[in-house]
Design a protein around this ligand. Structure first.
Ligand SMILES: Cc1ncc(COP(=O)(O)O)c(C=O)c1O
Length: 407
């Protein structure tokens, strides 16, 4: 593709953005399975180490296969967004070994002992563990409030000058709750906070947090970006290019949470179908939610796409469609959940999300088995709650399978 060809559509960008002509004319960027890169002469090594010449040195520090994935993700997160001067927004992405590696890099590059991070009570378990158990050992504390209440968020920030970062995850794991990125970023920026957003559940096709002025976006690329459940990965994207090249890159290099070329290759090819997959995921999710809503065995459906959902307005304000994640509560409690899971015939019993197949998990008997009931119920994880990542199968088959398992 000509470098100056304007890619006007999201899928065109997903397919072509970030690709560079391979020196051996391979159609796809190959898996550069190399730990190190060579120099024509000693002086070239000197220029590369001193940063005077661009080029690869060592794969913990960067690799051509990672670079294509990084450029592609940066192009999608900034797709059709302009900066303050009206120019296309430029972002820099750093590919990492996992979503958790990206979040760790983000926290450690921005926070020091004495600082605090403000976040919401519904967060991915690993992130919660990081900010409430691991970072405090380094003197970095967290403040957790219900960020759906903007007054509470503003009060927390005003009352505690040690809060230096606002960390959002929307829609959040596992409750699928949504927080208002625009309003919260406005409050945080008034108070000079760094703002980061986990965009894993939405993907840049459905939601673009940089549009509202956030500083960083992270993803677990393991999920919808890869889309096929074939690799673990993460990415940290930032709008301050210099900061990304210096502090973020330096932190990643030192922590050693780099990606690997094979996973980067799988990710690049997965991303190409993101729009197609997300459209189908979301269409299926809406139909499945309507089916479950009227099913006699189901007590409650938590899906942002349903108008009675408390976060419906916020979800629709900032997301193109309400996503593919939902949960529903069975009337039969814990045994009802186990029986239902065992009866599934096509849908998959597993914990992850964002793959082509429909994935279901029963938190009370799986991910949250060891969490006391009162503790998990505080977060809405009741005995009969089932979490579902709706896949891209033909929706009638998903519904037939759920229906026979619910009987
Ligand atoms: C919203 C969210 N963020 C981050 C992560 C962590 O990603 P990874 O498992 O790739 O480290 C997950 C994992 O499920 C997640 O759901």
């Amino acid at each position: 593709m000509d470098k100056d060809f304007p890619l006007s559509g999201f899928s065109s960008a997903a397919v072509h953005a970030g690709h560079e002509q391979d020196p051996m004319y391979s159609h796809l960027t190959p898996i550069y399975a190399a730990s190190t890169f060579v120099y024509d002469e000693a002086e070239q090594g000197m220029r590369r180490f001193s940063g005077k010449e661009e080029g690869y040195i060592y794969s913990r520090w960067g690799n051509p296969t990672f670079s294509e994935a990084e450029r592609k993700i940066a192009a999608l997160e900034s797709y059709s967004i302009t900066d303050k001067s009206g120019n296309p927004l430029e972002l820099k992405a750093l590919l990492q070994a996992s979503g958790m590696a990206a979040i760790t890099t983000l926290m450690l590059m921005n926070l020091k002992a004495g600082d605090k991070v403000l976040s919401h009570y519904s967060l991915y378990g690993g992130t919660e563990e990081l900010i409430t158990n691991l970072l405090p050992r380094l003197g970095i504390q967290s403040v957790i409030v219900d960020l759906r209440d903007l007054n509470k968020a503003e009060d927390a920030i005003k009352n505690d000058p040690a809060i230096k970062m606002l960390y959002l995850e929307t829609p959040a794991n596992p409750t699928i709750q949504c927080v208002d990125i625009e309003e919260l970023t406005y409050i945080a920026k008034k108070n000079k906070l760094t703002v980061a957003c986990d965009n894993t559940f939405a993907t840049p096709y459905l939601q673009q947090p940089f549009q509202y002025g956030v500083d960083f976006v992270i993803h677990s690329t393991t999920k919808f970006l890869n889309g096929h459940g074939t690799s673990i990965g993460g990415v940290l994207i930032g709008r301050d290019i210099e900061l990304m090249k210096s502090k973020a890159y330096g932190t990643l290099k030192t922590l050693g949470g780099n990606a690997n070329p094979f996973d980067a290759f799988l990710l690049i090819n997965g991303i190409k179908t993101l729009e197609l997959r997300m459209e189908r995921h979301c269409h299926n999710a809406m139909e499945v939610a309507h089916f479950l809503e009227q099913h006699p065995a189901v007590l409650k459906v938590n899906y942002n796409g349903l108008s009675e959902h408390p976060d419906h307005f916020v979800a629709m304000k900032q997301m193109k469609h309400p996503g593919a994640m939902m949960s529903f509560e069975l009337k039969g409690g814990i045994q009802g959940g186990i029986t239902f899971m065992n009866k599934l015939k096509m849908c998959t019993r597993t914990v992850s999300l964002g793959t082509c197949d429909t994935l279901l998990c029963h938190p009370a008997s799986m991910t949250h088995y060891s969490v006391p009931r009162e503790a998990r119920e505080k977060y809405g994880i009741t005995d009969g709650l089932i979490r579902m990542s709706v896949g891209i199968e033909n929706v009638q088959d998903i519904i037939i399978d759920l229906d026979q398992a619910l009987r």
